[in-house]
Design a protein around this ligand. Structure first.
Ligand code: IMP
Ligand code: MG
Length: 179
């Protein structure tokens, strides 16, 4: 069987992303005025979003990264989360903002919040670029939400399909057909 991938359409343009990320950064900067925040990026999908977000944030800001996975090269979550890389920084007493590319079932963030919450940070907030609301299986409090997206497989701006398309400047919908 032949496998054909095609970018069906643009869902969120470069310009829309730029404007919304600025707004999220302004909210974060207002909420943490005079304080320091640690942006915790979940590798690898959040890297593009985090780097744009961080440059619009005006309060003191650290960056740290964690690697967790619930996906193989498939488009369906397994529900099982593996931790591959931990943070470098101690987050005890700190303002932590977890930065994610997309929240789908919510399994990944539920586990990450559980693990980081046990380290007694001052507070933990969640900032996601995309929110696939209709797919949620566990309740996750989202403090900063870029865009709600429909239940379609999206790629670009950090998001991949089998490690491809992360470098696109926009968010697109990927159509996969088996022929
Ligand atoms: P969750 O644990 O089901 O919430 O899955 C979250 C992770 O699944 C995200 O960090 C992404 O890596 C991946 N993911 C979910 N939906 C998509 C999508 O439409 N495109 C690319 N990756 C996705
Ligand atoms: Mg991810």
């Amino acid at each position: 069987m032949e496998h054909v991938e095609e970018i069906e359409r643009t869902l969120i343009s470069e310009e829309q992303l730029r404007i919304r990320i600025k707004e999220l950064a302004r909210q974060i900067s207002n909420d943490f005025s005079g304080e320091t925040v640690i942006l915790v990026g979940l590798l690898k999908g959040s890297v593009v979003f985090l780097s744009d977000l961080a440059r619009e944030i005006t309060v003191n800001c650290h960056m740290d990264f964690m690697s967790v996975t619930s996906y193989g090269n498939d488009t369906e979550s397994s529900g099982e989360v593996r931790f591959l890389k931990d943070l470098d920084e101690d987050i005890n007493g700190k303002n932590v903002i977890i930065v994610e590319d997309i929240i789908d079932t919510g399994y990944t963030l539920r586990e990450v919040v559980k693990v980081l919450g046990a380290r007694s940070p001052k507070n933990i907030r969640i900032c996601t670029l995309l929110n696939k609301v209709s797919r949620r299986l566990v309740n996750i409090p989202i403090h900063y939400n870029g865009f709600d997206v429909p239940d379609e497989f999206v790629i670009g701006f950090g998001l991949d399909y089998a490690q491809k398309y992360r470098n696109l400047k926009y968010i697109g919908v990927l159509k996969i057909t088996e022929k």
